[in-house]
Design a protein around this ligand. Structure first.
Ligand code: ROI
Length: 161
């Protein structure tokens, strides 16, 4: 069975815009998966420890036959190809790929929390998400419009395609 999965992309090291653009392209080659939509790239101030570089963020929509954990494995393999080294919590990273939503499923396992935690508090996720899915409703019934209304854009800005 094929599902819609929204993926959040983020980078703040080693030419972040290039990291995100390359990763968007690489999502096309995941097995049993079609890349259906991509948001623009957005620049955002870092959330988390201060003193780290700005982030580039984007959101992609996949149509995938992969189960959620298999999708997570595939995304982690892509992160590893981008030389992501897991360092300090909320520290700088070359590439972060998060499953934001997986169909209408709610998943809570040691490896995976879907919808992604803090999704509703992060403008760098919500606004790119709304760009590609303006009618989106979360499994708990909240609409993307309602979530954006409660989460100011702040310094988030699109930087083009
Ligand atoms: N801050 C921004 N702006 N964008 C991110 O993608 C991002 N990712 C993270 C933390 C460290 C929480 N901060 C971020 O994981």
């Amino acid at each position: 069975m094929s599902r819609l999965a929204f993926i959040g992309l983020g980078s703040n090291l080693d030419d972040p815009a290039h990291q995100v653009r390359t990763a968007l392209d690489e999502l096309k080659s995941l097995p049993d998966t079609t890349l259906t939509a991509t948001s623009r790239l957005y620049r955002s101030d870092p959330v988390g420890p201060p003193g780290q570089p700005d982030y580039i963020n984007a959101v992609a929509l996949l149509h995938t036959g992969l189960e959620a954990e298999a999708l997570l494995d595939a995304l982690q393999a892509l992160e590893a190809e981008h030389q992501r080294v897991r360092g300090e919590r909320w520290g700088p990273r070359t590439l972060d790929l998060d499953i934001l939503l997986y169909g209408n499923r709610v998943i809570s396992t040691p490896r995976l929390t879907v919808p992604h935690s803090h999704l509703d508090q992060r403008s760098f996720v919500l606004y790119p998400l709304r760009e590609i899915a303006p009618q989106l409703v979360l499994p708990d019934g909240r609409s993307i419009d309602a979530l954006c209304a409660r989460c100011p854009m702040g310094t988030l800005e699109p930087i083009g395609v």
